[in-house]
Design a binder for this molecule. Structure first.
Ligand code: FAD
Length: 302
């Protein structure tokens, strides 16, 4: 059996595997797609001490760094279920069962897509999901934010300080965000809020040039010219496969304490799949290190 088995090969998982392996203990890592969300990223400008890098390059360095150590890397493998017996058992989709004294869950998350024409086509060409990451790319330009929940309104307030104008598009008749955020939003001069509107299409040629929406009451169609669209309708953790085995929030995020420990002894979690409030590369790496040290501490006590 492994001492530490990491499930997920993004920044959190890579960091956890390296920290575990550096303790000289038997470490394995299972990753459906090594690199995780980083593989979908073009420019990265907030990975501190690296002024600029690109997703696939960072993903390759993550893998190279992991392979410096004695880590059993199992790529293109998907975990299907987890059970706590004498050891913790993780079953893979291919039927194999891996056993370990501790497990670190780092299966990340994915942004929910609006699923309209233009979204996939213009990803990284005006369609963005992370205001902390891509906001500065739209300095002085016009953008829309799709989604009027807390993350959408936080994004709109954040972007309003950088871009020239923000149009918020909310599907429902009212914004769902906390009232303190709504008050702040409505106090800003360069924000327009459109409610009860269904996004129909993100338009463009080689990059985004506008958005079309339908007023759900009148059926009237409107088109706004702009340069960027931030989709903010939810970040979904990749945790369904865990069912009720570990405690998760209503949103499906794995609940962890400050050692990265979950509700199941010996099972730890790190990165975007957890209830950590902010989801970023540098934060995921820190939390992967934290969970590995938590797991090591658990091993020497049990
Ligand atoms: P992930 O990166 O999501 O990795 C999850 C890993 O788990 C993957 O290897 C996946 O294949 C694997 N996995 C999932 N389910 C299973 C399973 N059942 N079995 C086995 N393996 C599984 N952050 C920044 O800091 N700066 C940026 O500029 C930036 N830009 C971004 C741009 C885009 C388009 C996106 C989508 C995200 C961006 N982010 C950025 C966010 C950042 O990528 C994430 O916060 C970070 O990758 C989270 O790391 P993670 O390891 O927790 O999860």
């Amino acid at each position: 059996p492994f001492d530490v088995l990491v499930i997920g090969g993004g920044p959190a998982g890579a960091s956890a595997a390296i920290y575990a392996a550096r303790k000289g203990i038997r470490t394995g890592i299972v990753a459906e797609r090594f690199g995780g969300q980083v593989m979908d990223t073009v420019g990265i400008e907030n990975f501190i001490s690296v002024k600029y890098t690109e997703g696939p390059k960072l993903a390759a360095s993550l893998e190279e760094h992991v392979k410096e150590y004695n880590v059993d890397v199992m790529k293109l493998q998907k975990a299907k279920s987890l059970a706590k017996k004498d050891l913790i058992e993780v079953e893979l989709e291919n039927g194999a069962v891996l056993k370990s004294k501790t497990v670190i869950l780092s299966t990340g998350a994915r942004w929910r897509n609006v699923g309209v024409p233009g979204e996939a086509e213009f990803k990284n060409k005006g369609v963005a999901y992370c205001p902390h990451c891509d906001g500065p790319l739209f300095a002085g330009k016009r953008v829309a934010v799709i989604g009027g929940g807390n993350s959408g309104i936080e994004a709109a307030i954040d972007l309003a300080g950088i871009v020239s104008h923000v149009t918020v598009i909310e599907f429902n008749p009212e914004l769902k965000a906390d009232s303190v955020l709504q008050d702040r939003l409505y106090s800003l001069p360069n924000v327009t809020v459109v409610k009860n509107a269904q996004t129909k299409e993100i338009t463009g040629t080689d990059k985004v040039n506008g958005i079309t929406y339908i007023d759900r009451e009148s059926g009237a169609e409107s088109h706004v010219e702009l340069e960027g669209v931030f989709v903010q309708i939810g970040l979904v953790p990749n945790t369904d496969w865990l069912g009720d085995t570990v405690e998760r929030t209503r949103m499906g995020e794995i609940v962890v304490d400050n050692h990265g420990a979950t509700s199941v002894p010996g099972v730890f979690a790190a990165g975007d799949c957890t209830n950590s409030p902010y989801k970023q590369i540098i934060i995921s790496m820190g939390s992967g290190a934290n969970a590995a040290l938590g797991a090591f501490d658990y091993l020497i006590r049990n």
